[in-house]
Ligand binder design. Structure first.
Ligand code: SAM
Length: 269
């Protein structure tokens, strides 16, 4: 679809910044190392910048697009033989509906930045049908996703995503690659679901609660942040210093803390 002279007006509420830089488009597509027959699902195909080169490789693609005007354009431009269009909000989309026995999906998206975190968490709930995820997001978000203990960007997003996936930042993309140009830098990340989780967690809901609470007040010590859940003695029993800052703890430290946290009405909220 013609992107430059196109009458579609980018909608801010749908986070529409369309890629037009062919080198960047090629770099993103190459990073997938896609092969014919791969089950690729693109979230937010927009005007098709990534979609067409992907179809050229794999033959047929599924797309999930919320903007009905864009859906109508896609329907005009692409035949059902090469594209199955799901006119849907990706935040509510059940990716299981796309798979038959044993298949895994390869998800790709230049994602709307305004919904990036909830969308990633929505995808984390459906990883049993996902081979990998390649996504472009605001650079700072990608840095938080891939950060390691001690990094300034390390926090809840790093821990929760890295519990489920191997997260790698691939490369940065400047604002000039998009139309309209966003105010921020972007980066591309690859998330590959772990076949075996890197650490044992008894209850993922409690784990999530402990991580949330630990990072609720960044400058505070662990003992202070977690005081409604765990005593200093309990934290120490995991060989963790209660006066440590949460951003110094590893994924397995958080797993240990969550595994000694007892479920309570507070946690189930
Ligand atoms: N893939 C195109 C590109 O790279 O040029 C468009 C990227 S644009 C940043 C984001 C796309 O996601 C737009 O097409 C937008 O309409 C779509 N979108 C926004 N929110 C969505 C949602 N909740 N579910 C599905 N698509 C969404």
């Amino acid at each position: 679809m013609n992107q430059q002279n196109d009458s579609h007006r980018a909608r801010k509420r749908f986070g529409q910044n369309f890629l037009h830089d062919q080198q960047v488009i090629q770099r993103i597509v190459s990073s997938l190392r896609a092969k014919p027959g791969d089950r690729i699902v693109e979230i937010g195909p927009g005007l098709g910048a990534l979609t067409q080169p992907l179809i050229d490789i794999v033959g047929k693609i599924d797309v999930v697009e919320i903007d009905r005007d864009l859906v109508a354009r896609l329907q005009q431009h692409y035949s059902p033989e090469v594209m199955t269009i799901h006119s849907h909000d990706a935040l509510k989309f059940d990716f299981h509906t796309l798979v038959t026995t044993g298949e895994k999906l390869r998800i790709i998206g230049n994602l709307p930045y305004n919904i990036s975190t909830p969308l990633l968490f929505h995808l984390m709930e459906q990883l049993d049908v996902v081979q990998d995820i390649h996504c472009m997001l605001q650079k700072e978000v990608v840095e938080r996703m891939a950060a390691k203990p001690g990094d300034s960007a390390y926090g809840r997003l790093s821990i929760m995503l890295q519990y489920h996936c191997d997260v790698v930042k691939l490369f940065n993309v400047g604002p000039g690659a998009f139309h309209p140009a966003p105010k921020v830098d972007s980066a591309v990340a690859r998330l590959t679901p772990h076949t075996t989780k890197p650490t044992h967690v008894n209850d993922e809901k409690i784990f999530s609660k402990v991580v949330n609470q630990a990072f609720s007040q960044r400058r505070k010590t662990l003992r202070n942040c977690l005081k409604t859940l765990l005593s200093a003695e309990q934290i120490e029993s995991c060989n963790i210093d209660p006066t440590a800052r949460p951003e110094t703890l590893s994924l397995s430290d958080f797993a240990k803390l969550s595994n000694i946290t007892v479920d309570s009405p507070d946690i189930s909220k």
